[in-house]
Design a protein around this ligand. Structure first.
Ligand code: BG6
Length: 474
């Protein structure tokens, strides 16, 4: 990117600036964009929230320390340049006048073409009052607003939130963030499918037996107990990240790869998704969750979900999608596995065949694997399983360093590109799909920390089971 490609000057207004997401992802994202010369030449960062973190200098020190902890090989010059642009201004839902003054002053200083980017990293319940305040202060007038997930807590609250948003901004100004869409590997699903004659013809119910979207995490709720108590795994991960990945996997070929075409196709998948059947959803809670800070002694909140879903289109009718994610599990992976139907058996004796699988690793080290059958060397015509593994970064050693999801998405907001952000109709439909589970919550079953979840979940995909954990560890 040359200096000319840099976005115009920006005032970043960051609600939740002292929170966990800001420390782990947003400030590191800004730092890395700055280090790669991808930020505008001129910008200001104004943190905001109800409680003051102290003077501007104290807040800068906190951000500086946080960045030193989270970013490797930090460049001191880039760090000081970023940190000296940061200030903090308290605000709350009732009074945002000081914040509005601070934002206007910052924008005036940056010049006539400066833009305002408001990032709402606050819990769903705090979102609506905050939006009202921003509207009253006219801070939203020509701003772009980034809204963190989950968008609402159910269908009704998400509709109320959307109505509140639409009172102050147009859909073109709203960037509903789901950071899984910023992962390189998720976008690679499009490349794999739509650029490969080998793969696309088989990407359907005729050739596939099932698709698994599996996102186990070893980490526990780790200091996010009170967030989890109000959100739970189903809203935190399923109605958002995993369903969005499903949208990418299941969409029809978009006419173009622009925001309108791509989001139209994704929205069609969600329209065709059958509302979830609570009988085919398993909730779990890891043993020890109730001892976490901020968690009730008798909490019934799920930290694990496994479920079966269907997309009623010609391409997918009757073929199950299995989604699973949870905290404190036996491994950390972000994997999509497409299992192919087996050809008629018998030719090779009565050995048990493994099914062919295409495995997409959606982690930061994006990879694609294929599990096939081949002839075992030797005098007999017998079979053995073989694997192909492609590490995308290794395949392009001289390529750009991939952007971390939040970096990529922050850059897209500055450029005004909504392609990888979710649209109001998608979110609305996903809540419709998920609402039956919220209305009839499945019983929450305990599971041992470090395991793969309750037995009922392990049995969900039937005899073929979950692909993870696998023996090869690939
Ligand atoms: C967040 C969830 O949105 O995504 C977390 O709130 C989860 O609970 C995280 O751990 C996973 O993201 P990533 O980028 O580490 O795969």
């Amino acid at each position: 990117m040359t200096a000319d490609d840099r976005p115009p000057p920006q005032v970043f207004v960051l609600f939740g600036a002292t929170g966990d997401l800001a420390e782990r992802k947003l400030f590191p994202g800004l730092y890395k964009l700055a280090a790669a010369s991808r930020l505008p030449d001129d910008y200001a960062v104004i943190g905001s929230g109800r409680h003051s973190p102290g003077s501007d200098d104290e807040f800068r020190n906190t951000v500086r320390d946080g960045l030193r902890d989270t970013v490797d090989d930090i460049d001191d010059d880039v760090l000081s340049d970023l940190v000296q642009r940061i200030t903090f201004q308290t605000s709350d839902a009732d009074d945002g006048s000081d914040l509005a003054d601070a934002v206007r002053q910052a924008r005036d200083k940056l010049g006539a073409d400066a833009r305002i980017l408001i990032y709402l990293s606050v819990p769903p319940t705090a979102m609506r009052p905050m939006i009202g305040m921003l509207g009253r202060e006219h801070l939203t007038d020509d701003a772009r607003i980034v809204v963190e997930k989950p968008f609402g807590t159910d269908l009704e609250s998400s509709r109320e939130l959307d109505a509140a948003l639409k009172e102050v901004v147009d859909e073109e100004q709203v960037y509903r963030i789901d950071h899984f869409l910023g992962k390189e590997a998720v976008q690679n699903i499009l490349a794999l499918r739509f650029a490969n004659g080998l793969i696309e013809p088989a990407w359907n119910r005729d050739h596939l037996e099932s698709v698994q979207i599996d996102v186990p995490e070893e980490l526990t709720v780790e200091g996010r107990g009170s967030f989890y108590e109000s959100t739970g795994c189903f809203r935190d991960m399923i109605s958002t990240h995993l369903c969005q990945v499903l949208g990418f996997v299941a969409m029809e070929p978009p006419v173009h790869l622009d925001a309108t075409s791509l989001r139209n196709e994704k929205a069609k998948v969600f329209q065709a998704m059958r509302p979830l059947d609570p009988e085919r959803v398993v909730f779990g809670q890891y043993e020890g969750y109730r001892d976490e800070d901020g968690v009730a002694d008798d909490s019934d909140v799920e930290t694990y979900v496994a479920l079966e879903a269907y997309v009623d289109t010609e391409r997918w009718q009757g073929m199950p999608f299995y989604l699973r994610t949870g905290k404190a599990m036996g491994g950390t992976r972000r994997t999509v596995t497409l299992t192919f139907r087996s050809p008629p058996m018998g030719r090779f004796g009565d050995r048990t065949y493994g099914s062919n699988q295409l495995v997409l690793e959606l982690s930061d080290d994006a990879a694609v694997g294929a599990h096939l059958m081949a002839k075992r060397p030797g005098p007999d015509l017998s079979l053995m399983p073989v694997s192909l593994h492609i590490d995308l970064a290794e395949a392009d050693p001289d390529g750009d360093i991939p952007l971390e999801a939040y970096e990529r998405l922050l850059l897209d907001v500055m450029r005004g590109d909504q392609t990888l952000f979710t649209r109001a109709d998608e979110v609305d439909r996903l809540w419709q799909v998920c609402q039956p589970v919220l209305d009839a919550r499945p019983p929450v079953r305990p599971y041992v920390e470090g395991s793969w979840g309750p037995d009922e979940a392990l049995a969900l995909p039937g005899v073929s089971g979950w692909r993870l954990p696998d023996e090869s560890g690939e």
